[in-house]
Design a protein around this ligand. Structure first.
Ligand code: ATP
Ligand code: MG
Length: 696
């Protein structure tokens, strides 16, 4: 974070225009990293410094606590104290506490922290589903409706008008919404949305309160205005009361909350609403290297629905830096390890841990990274989401696993764990709903840990597994002051780091699977990637893996948003190794050579095969057939999909290399100690010409 210098120093002419504009409407429409947040904080400081407004008369609002904190830090650095920089909700809560007694009397109210309990009661009454996931989905719908100023009665029409995908029949959601409101009123409670609703209503209906409020606050500033909801806009209008002392800044290309009712329309229409407004467009990107900026331009340039007024092309002003790296991995654990290695390398090169972020689409993705960083003893903080082992579904799952741990083992560990987690929502196929999917992913992460333990320590039982989980939970708990940031893309908005890792970029994650049917939702996912890319000052890494688990089926594809960005001949399958390298093509730490032509191998399947994909294969077709038959029989016996026994690539490698002994077997990448134990004898017998099956 830079210490902002003197008030008008280090501002370009356009920024200066916005900072020094006379009191009145100002609108900054600009791309990421162009200095919007800098401009508004300077503007506040400037207006205060020139005596145009007292610090206490300024109300600056934004959408996340973290972004509000960032504004306060910058204001403090500029020597401004007493100006409020808070979230919409915090501002409303404060005003309501103050005005409520006067308007409503001493009827007390309580803030309802979390809707789920009341939503559950309401759902129960009308016979709607009450599973934890359904309740979360219902709560999201109620939040969307309230943010969009939609009443329970209007809900069904409103969703069809907005062409919104709903998790349950709209009529049913409407009844739950109605019931929820009644229960809440009866309990004399207000939820977070009510804070805004009541604030707006009081300002609209009680002129004495409005007069007092407007006398107190005279100058309004909104950051990230592209994500304003109709409800927030109504509050803002209540604050203004027809005045126009309002500065807004935003980037329509960073609208990432429209699923929650936000819309960039007020930002884009601002110049029409206030024809006398000073409108500034910024194009110089001060945050990122030209390499990062160019990638950002490509990501957003491919957008299909950019509204007029949002078509800005960023120009990178910083000196050149490393090219963004694209890396493909066989599986998630490998990806996480590679990222942790790379983070370690950056730290050794003097990059501060707090200047590094790992960003992902869904919170469930964090576990592998928490683990990989813990193993390397790299401190980290999880932002905007709970640490993996603190999540309610994981705590509940751990309880069930613990109580099941006493019994005698009935099957292999991963199978046992799957069984225990089934009632918690671990279905065979991933569910489509948002909250439900998140939960499913978290539970699946536990099964993966079981698979990992099982392959390292074959025969490990449930008690051992629970012990292992508890150790992990412990290790991931020590509080950290400074550390690498782990955050969702949503939580990263407005922030910046020297090095940013965008991980897990597969189709189905970015864009998220449940966006798949809806073009507008896909476009929001693209903007989310743009937000991610533009967080990086210098180092940017984009990665994905083809399979979820080690040795799993490599059935995933990289994100469709990456297709235009990677040249078609780009060796997408890459891994990293060299610790001190800053840029350039990725290499493995150990050079692996093709046993046919001697060239270095870079792609993971090639490394497994031990030869380039284009070099002639010397596979023993007959042996391969026998291996496949054996695998099918084994898989059936173990009741697992065949690839769990061996992947096709590994079978091909065996049929090519025809290992004669255990040493030859483990030299084939993909065959570790546990596979050796389980299948080694069979495979060696098959290679020698035997049948292999039945040696169990
Ligand atoms: P976002 O859209 O991501 O919120 P933003 O437009 O708010 O981005 P800022 O965070 O204000 O951008 O600025 C990005 C970075 O560029 C910050 O580190 C800021 O200090 C720096 N910066 C902005 N303007 C200038 C300038 N004129 N000279 C030097 N550095 C600048
Ligand atoms: Mg900003």
């Amino acid at each position: 974070m830079d210490a902002e210098g003197r008030l008008l120093e280090d501002l370009d002419p356009d920024q200066l225009g916005a900072v020094t504009a006379p009191r009145g409407p100002v609108c900054v429409l600009a791309g990421a990293g162009t200095g919007k947040t800098r401009t508004i904080t300077r503007r506040i400081a400037y207006l205060v410094d020139r005596g145009h407004v007292a610090p206490g008369q300024v109300l600056a609002v934004t959408f996340t606590k973290r972004a509000a904190g960032e504004m306060r830090t910058r204001l403090r650095a500029l020597g401004v104290s007493g100006a409020q920089a808070v979230t919409f909700h915090a501002a409303a809560l404060r005003q309501l506490r103050y005005f409520w007694p006067r308007v409503v009397g001493d009827a007390p109210w309580e803030l309802l922290d979390g809707k789920l309990r009341l939503v559950g009661q309401a759902a129960n009454r009308v016979g709607a589903p009450t599973s934890a996931e359904s309740l979360r989905d219902l709560a999201s719908e109620i939040e969307w409706a309230k943010a969009s100023l939609v009443t329970p009665d209007d809900y069904p029409v409103a969703v069809s008008k907005a062409r919104r995908d709903v998790p349950l029949p709209a009529e049913q959601i409407s009844r739950v919404y109605q019931g929820y409101e009644q229960l809440k009123t009866r309990a004399r409670m207000l939820d977070f949305d009510d804070l805004l609703l009541h604030t707006a209503a009081i300002l609209e209906e009680h002129s004495d309160v409005a007069v007092e409020f407007r006398d107190r606050y005279r100058c309004f500033v909104v950051d990230e205005y592209q994500d304003v909801t109709p409800l927030q806009q109504r509050v803002l209008d209540g604050w203004l009361g027809g005045r126009d002392d309002l500065t807004v800044v935003g980037d329509a290309n960073q609208t990432i909350y429209s699923f929650a009712g936000a819309s960039p329309r007020p930002l884009l229409d601002f110049p029409r609403r206030f024809p006398e407004a000073v409108v500034v467009r910024l194009e110089r990107d001060y945050r990122s290297t030209p390499e990062v900026v160019s990638l950002a331009n490509q990501v957003i340039g491919a957008a299909r629905d950019r509204p007029a007024g949002s078509r800005l092309r960023l120009i990178g002003l910083r000196p050149p830096g490393p090219v963004p790296m694209f890396s493909e991995f066989d599986d998630e654990p490998t990806e996480a390890q590679a990222v942790a290695e790379r983070v370690g390398a950056l730290l050794r090169n003097g990059v501060a841990a707090s200047e590094i972020a790992i960003l992902y689409r869904v919170n469930a993705q964090s576990e592998a990274y928490e683990q990989a960083l813990t193993e390397k003893q790299i401190p980290y903080q999880v932002r905007g989401g709970e640490r993996f082992f603190a999540r309610p579904e994981i705590r509940q799952a751990m309880m069930s696993l613990r109580s099941a741990a006493g019994g005698a083992p009935t099957a292999e560990l991963p199978t046992v764990v799957r069984e225990v987690l089934k009632p918690h929502g671990l279905s065979l196929e991933p569910p489509t709903g948002g909250a439900q999917r998140e939960r499913w992913e978290s539970l699946l992460a536990l099964v993966e840990l079981a698979e990992e333990l099982d392959s390292v320590t074959p025969g490990a039982d449930l008690a051992r597994f629970v012990g292992e989980l508890e150790m992990r939970a412990e290790a991931q708990h020590p509080p950290t002051v400074e550390g690498v940031t782990l955050a969702s893309l949503h939580a990263a908005k407005g922030l910046e780091w020297d090095a940013v890792f965008l991980i897990g970029l597969t189709d189905g994650t970015v864009p998220i699977q449940h966006a798949d049917t809806d073009e507008a939702a896909i476009e929001e996912e693209r903007r989310l990637l743009y937000v991610g890319v533009t967080r990086a000052r210098e180092h940017l890494w984009l990665s994905w893996s083809l399979s979820r688990t080690a040795g799993g089926r490599r059935s995933r594809r990289r994100s469709r948003f990456l297709y235009g960005l990677l040249p078609e001949d780009h060796p997408a399958a890459r891994s990293i190794g060299g610790a001190s390298r800053e840029a350039g093509p990725a290499r493995r730490a150990v050079r692996v050579e093709c046993r046919v032509c001697g060239d270095a191998l870079t792609s993971t399947p090639a490394i497994k095969l031990g030869r380039c994909a284009t070099c002639p294969s010397d596979v023993d077709e007959e042996l391969l057939e026998r291996l496949k038959k054996w695998r099918a029989a084994r898989a059936k016996q173990l009741r697992v999909p065949p690839y769990v026994v061996f992947t096709d690539t590994t079978l091909t490698a065996i049929a090519e290399q025809r290992p004669a002994d255990t040493g030859g077997l483990v030299a084939i990448s993909g065959i570790g100690p546990s596979k050796l134990d389980k299948y080694g004898a069979d495979v060696l017998a098959l290679v020698k010409g035997g049948a292999g099956v039945g040696s169990t």
